[in-house]
Ligand binder design. Structure first.
Ligand code: NAD
Length: 545
């Protein structure tokens, strides 16, 4: 029976008007209000206030209208929210309100064990299941936004709930303030964070060592997702922790998995044997390198030797083709896939590298909008029957090319995916649908599976399992439409399939900690995952087991 929040019979007065209505009506009313607001940032603040006040109504609204609301609570509008965090951050809540977000700063280092131990009493749920942790040092493609990164932690966790069915009370967004190098923020009297330059990576790493240890001591099953850390910290942080704690980095691994899933579909459609694919990455930051290494590993799992797999990849950064012999000292993360060809030092621009490699697939993770020019798209179309072009940089303005440009530049033959959403396109009287290689296809299902199996760590095999789960989740109708990814409105269903694949892989690796799930048949495991999910419109069952 739906709840009715109207006044109870016989009671005079009260904090609410006479006919508040059922939860469904509350959602309908909130949606009408959302649609009446013209300004995107105001839409965001309206939804953020709704989430804080009534999570069931917020998640009912978001879950039922994903296509419309994810661009507000996640990319692209979340970027705007993070940039304006000091303007939109609400005043502190009443003293006894449950904690909804946690800000830590470097000055908390000594007291960290005490702060984290105290969290248990301050949180709305004793079993915390997942936290998204950022230091705001590299938010989307927007650079250092200091404590504004909190918007990203909150947005990601909202999607864990709406798209994965994680219990909202068991989520904790965390922003860690190590200072900022953003001059505008440092000069802004309203800025909410520390007014000091960012600490060096080594100092931040020392803080994170204590943080991870204390989090694990107090919340041993909690999954920690690192989000939007600058590359120079993101890789070491993952390296230091991935074999000890259940954690992952969504920029590196989540992006890798979602792009791999789209690439698996695209490789099956472009008519080129796996061993003949040639993949060019524009952008060699944490996302570009993470994705390239994930696809490279997939090639190995498909039977290529490590060297054969590596030979299929070329990376381009702001200095040109990433190569051992180009004359600069390559950072560690770029070395694994760096080339050695003699021509490398001469290949400085993307077009030069495209002409040199003649790739079957061109993937952009560069943060630089408009860089897949008409000439480059024409070249891709001249080498391939079905060129693969993934313009993955966010937000929309940073996408390397729009869907329309890709369709026109390749005469409608492109296999396209982007990071941010684009509308379908009509070209020569035919309708084309873009793929959105958005991490939100992966992380809610990966996180849900990891939570339910209470994994002790998240090795690469779990990430690959999630990509395979996604690549094989398309319905016959979606396959018929040549889509690279399933319809976003089906995300909840897709996340269940991914979670099942992740749990099964964890069991295979012996890193799961819930014995009774091992005995379930595939069908029963799926029913179990479905039943454990949080549903805002029905009595929610907590996801922990
Ligand atoms: P990053 O800053 O770590 O890396 C950017 C890379 O691009 C660097 O290697 C840099 O050298 C290169 N680059 C910058 N300007 C260039 C230029 N003019 N010419 C050539 N190379 C240039 O950033 P990141 O974390 O790797 O993220 C990159 C982009 O990927 C962001 O826009 C982010 O939003 C996007 N992203 C998308 C998804 C997704 O939708 N699936 C997921 C994660 C990240």
């Amino acid at each position: 029976m739906p709840h009715n929040f109207s006044k109870t019979q016989g009671l005079p007065g009260g904090p609410e008007p006479a006919f508040v209505g059922t939860k469904e009506l509350l959602i309908e009313r909130a949606l009408a209000r959302l649609r009446s607001i013209p300004d995107p940032l105001c839409k965001y603040t309206m939804l953020a206030a709704l989430r804080a006040r009534n999570p069931d109504v917020f998640y009912g609204l978001v879950g039922g209208n994903l296509q419309e609301t994810t661009p507000i609570i996640y990319t692209p509008i979340i970027g705007l929210a993070c940039q304006n965090w000091s303007l939109i951050h609400p005043p502190p809540p009443e003293a006894d309100s449950p904690l909804q977000s946690l800000y830590l700063s470097y000055s908390d280092l000594e007291k960290l064990p005490e702060i984290i131990a105290n969290l248990k009493t301050a949180l709305p749920h004793d079993q915390m299941e997942i936290s998204v942790v950022t230091d705001g040092s590299r938010v989307l493609g927007l650079g250092d936004l200091g404590v504004g990164g909190m918007g990203i932690s909150q947005g990601k966790l909202s999607l864990y709930v709406a798209a994965g069915g994680v219990n909202p009370k068991a989520t904790l967004p965390i922003a860690i303030d190590f200072g900022t190098d953003n001059e505008k923020l440092l000069a802004d009297p309203l800025y909410l964070g520390l007014r000091q330059r960012r600490l060096d990576d080594e100092t931040c790493q020392k803080f994170m060592e204590v943080f991870m240890k204390e989090m694990h001591k107090n919340f041993p099953s909690m999954i920690i997702q690192f989000e939007d850390w600058h590359t120079t910290l993101a890789f070491p942080l993952l390296q230091d922790n991935r074999d000890i704690y259940p954690c992952f980095n969504d920029d590196i691994q989540g992006t890798g998995a979602v792009v791999l899933a789209g690439a698996i579909r695209a490789f099956s459609l472009n008519g080129v044997a796996l061993k003949d694919q040639k993949i060019l990455f524009f952008g060699a930051g944490s996302s570009g390198v993470g994705v390239a290494e994930t696809i490279c590993k997939y090639f190995e799992l498909q039977g290529l030797t490590e060297q054969e797999a590596k030979d299929k990849f070329w990376l381009v950064d702001s200095k040109g083709l990433v190569a051992h012999n180009r004359g600069d000292k390559l950072p560690i993360h770029k070395q694994y896939l760096a080339r050695s060809e003699p021509d490398a030092p001469k290949l400085r621009t993307l077009q030069e590298v495209v002409e040199h490699v003649k790739p079957t697939a061109l993937l952009g993770l560069s943060t630089v909008g408009g860089t897949f020019t008409k000439e480059i798209l024409n070249l891709m179309a001249s080498y391939n029957k079905r060129p693969i072009v993934f313009a993955l940089s966010n937000p929309v303005a940073q996408a390397e090319c729009t869907f329309e440009e890709a369709v026109e530049g390749t005469d409608g033959r492109v296999l396209y995916a982007s990071g941010s959403p684009f509308d379908p396109v009509s070209y020569n009287n035919k309708r084309y649908e873009p793929g959105q290689g958005n991490n939100m296809y992966i992380f809610p299902g990966l996180g849900l599976g990891a939570i339910l199996a209470r994994v002790s760590k998240i090795p690469e095999e779990l990430v690959h399992a999630s990509a395979n789960g996604l690549a094989h989740s398309l319905t016959p109708d979606e396959l018929e439409r040549n889509l690279l990814y399933p319809d976003i409105e089906r995300i909840r269903e897709v996340s269940i399939k991914i979670a099942v694949a992740v749990i099964r892989e964890a069991q295979k690796l012996g890193i799961d900690r819930v014995e009774e799930l091992r005995e379930l048949s595939d069908k029963d495991l799926e029913t179990y995952v479905r039943r454990k999910g949080y549903h805002p419109l029905i009595q929610a069952e907590a996801t922990q087991v």
